[in-house]
Design a protein around this ligand. Structure first.
Ligand code: PMP
Length: 432
């Protein structure tokens, strides 16, 4: 049993000055009950909170910390950059180098623009797609999350669905009308939308592997079929690889599945833990972005030298160390097969989805292929499981509608500890 006295006090205090006590909703633990833990430091596989508890971290800052916390190569790059200024607001060599590196790594990207978050990346990408095609509508998938841009808060996943606001107040009817939604993995539904909105759809945007309704895998042929449909209809295909980029392969899900979209959005790992996003794609599309073209998008701190140094160090390491991906695959496969063995011993049969180092357990016996099937999960049971794991020192995503992210800092010994905790937690939540 770990204590949470100081975190509890801080959370009460935080609620007086910050909406809900947190700067991003899911952190508040609303969906799982209890109070969030306030963190002090983190190193490698572990995070340490205000009450002195240590956790094995399986979120890794929601993805960026693929090498574990406080990776030395990233920290050193930051230290080296600091004396040269924290921000210039003028171009730097590093921005050229990181652009070249991203173009080299990500198949769809011929030109790239750096921004400060995944949200900015997706908002900008659809603006460019609209400018390029001269069309207004976009198609997104139910349960996919693309940041908190107005157009995406329609049937949104992640924190939006966790808190019960998949269609947020504050988004105007006009914006909502331009966002069409289809169930994930349902090509027929997409075709129907495209037919009904002939020559009006600028872009189809999707997570090529979904992390934001829990982990959902594209079915065989789905990405290729979308690619073909977009080619036929002159629609810009956008892969939102904010989670999957540099994680599922050096070139993201598009490399893993061999399907090249027209545009891609990136975030998380690209900044090595600093606030960075990026969007890029075909030259002819990206040349619509100002000042090359008429679609406006800008940023005071975009291409920030400290953030670029962190990102450059992270991406260079990943490009030069392909064993990262084979190691992550092996570690995560062990975790998932161990969980399956645990369930078998306990007579349980829940669904686990995994691609590479991303996975989710859904508290349902149905296959989970879209948002409707994800919602058959017993979220109350998930909440009890989450809290039981937290008490055992394992930090999971505090919502059923999130994926876990494994880092290279998870050793075999930690996998054993995780599996032991998983066994005990599953047993506990079924006895309580
Ligand atoms: N797209 C996807 C697929 C995401 O998972 C997220 C955030 N989890 C975003 C966009 C938004 O990124 P950010 O939180 O950096 O704005």
């Amino acid at each position: 049993m770990n204590k949470s006295t100081i975190s509890d006090e801080l959370f009460l205090r935080a609620q007086q000055s910050i909406p809900g006590g947190v700067n991003s909703p899911v952190r508040a633990f609303r969906a799982v009950g209890g109070h969030p833990r306030f963190m002090v430091s983190a190193k490698g596989p572990f995070m340490y909170d205000e009450d002195g508890n240590r956790y094995i971290d399986l979120i890794n800052s929601w993805g960026p910390m693929i090498l574990g916390h406080a990776a030395e190569i990233v920290q050193e790059a930051i230290m080296q950059a600091i004396p040269n200024s924290l921000s210039f607001g003028a171009p730097t060599r590093k921005e050229v180098e990181i652009a070249e590196l991203i173009i080299d790594m990500v198949p769809s990207i011929e030109k790239v623009r750096m921004v400060n978050s995944g949200t900015e990346a997706t908002m900008s990408a659809i603006r460019v797609a609209r400018g390029y095609t001269g069309r207004d509508k976009i198609i997104k998938f139910e349960g996919c999350y693309h940041g908190h841009g107005d157009s995406f808060l329609i049937a949104a996943g992640s924190g939006a669905v966790t808190l019960g606001v998949p269609d947020s107040p504050g988004v105007t009817k006009g914006v909502a009308l331009d966002t069409l939604t289809a169930p994930y993995n349902d090509l027929e539904a997409v075709k129907t939308l495209v037919e009904a909105n002939k020559n009006q759809v600028a872009a189809i945007i999707l997570e090529p592997v979904v992390g934001n309704m829990g982990l959902v895998i594209p079915q065989q042929g789905f990405l290729q079929d979308l690619r073909d449909l977009c080619d036929r209809e002159g629609i810009v295909l956008i892969f939102d690889e904010v989670m999957t980029g540099f994680r599922l392969a050096p070139g993201g899900a598009q490399e893993l599945f061999g399907i090249t979209p027209d545009m891609s959005t990136l975030g998380k790992i690209i900044g090595g833990g600093m606030p960075v996003g990026a969007y890029g794609g075909k030259k002819e599309i990206m040349d619509f972005v100002a000042p090359a073209g008429p679609v406006y998008q800008a940023g005071t701190l975009s291409g920030n030298p400290i953030a670029m140094s962190a990102g450059m160090a992270m991406l260079t390491y990943l490009r030069n160390h392909p064993e990262v991906y084979t190691n992550l695959e092996a570690t995560t496969a062990r975790m998932v097969s161990g969980m399956q063995e645990n369930m078998q011993k306990l007579g349980l049969n829940y669904t686990i989805n995994r691609v590479g180092s991303m996975f989710s357990i859904f508290f349902t016996q149905q296959p989970v292929v879209d948002f409707a099937s994800a919602q058959t999960s017993d979220t109350a049971l998930f909440g009890r499981y989450f809290n039981s794991m937290l008490q055992k020192g394992v930090y999971l995503a505090p919502s059923q509608y999130e994926t876990l992210f494994v880092s290279t800092a998870i050793t075999d010994d930690l996998v054993d500890q995780y599996l032991q905790a998983n066994y005990e937690a599953l047993q506990e939540v079924h006895n309580s």
